[in-house]
Design a binder for this molecule. Structure first.
Ligand code: XMP
Ligand code: MG
Length: 176
């Protein structure tokens, strides 16, 4: 069990399952980008642990950079992009892999991809550790998905509840 502020969370996805799945995603990405030099664009803060574990398993020459977006407050999506802090690297003609922790309504990622596409990358693909298919509000192509999960609030392994709970190896779900 994990208690954060006023809420209780119970184990949901164990560390070894997460790591196994990341190994499988990395194998797919290694095959798809064998002769390329992709740039991983990591959406802060939630995706930082997933991105680090994934990045370590990529075998092609690969770069990494970070983008900050924020649309979530407490345990409900506001659907509003509060902030997008721009990239310092040029992405024109690059092979971009956007890395996200979780796709909920999909509004965040759809906005980010739209903004990145304005700079005309050669290709743009998306990797997300978690995906809540039932919550999706905007059609979105997800190229690499770790786990499809139910529409419940999760924390851990980078994901937070009001700033806390990111520093665990397992993922937890809000207890009902
Ligand atoms: P949207 O709705 O735009 O949201 O796809 C994506 C962002 O919302 C956050 N998010 C969560 N954070 N537990 C969290 O800790 C969740 O269950 C959850 N669902 C969405 C997350 O920051 C993601 O980037
Ligand atoms: Mg996030």
């Amino acid at each position: 069990m994990l208690t954060i502020h006023d809420k209780t969370f119970v184990p949901f996805i164990a560390a070894h399952e997460i790591q196994q799945r990341i190994t499988a995603l990395a194998a797919q990405i290694n095959a798809d980008y064998r002769d390329k030099q992709p740039l991983m664009v990591v959406i802060l803060n939630g995706a930082v642990l997933f991105a680090a574990d994934l990045f370590k398993q990529l075998t092609m020459p690969c770069e990494i950079t970070f983008l900050r977006v924020s649309s979530y407050q407490k345990t409900g999506s506001t659907g509003q992009l509060k902030q997008v802090l721009g990239l310092s690297e040029p992405i024109t003609d690059r092979d971009i892999i956007v890395v996200e922790d979780i796709v909920d309504t999909g509004l965040t990622l759809a906005d980010v991809c739209e903004q990145l596409r304005e700079s005309r990358p050669a290709t743009l693909k998306v990797a997300t550790l978690l995906f809540k298919p039932e919550a999706l509000k905007r059609p979105l192509d997800l190229d690499y998905v770790g786990f499809d999960i139910e529409n419940r609030f999760v924390v851990g392994y980078g994901l937070d509840y009001d700033g806390l709970g990111r520093n665990t190896q397992d993922i937890f779900v809000l207890s009902e």
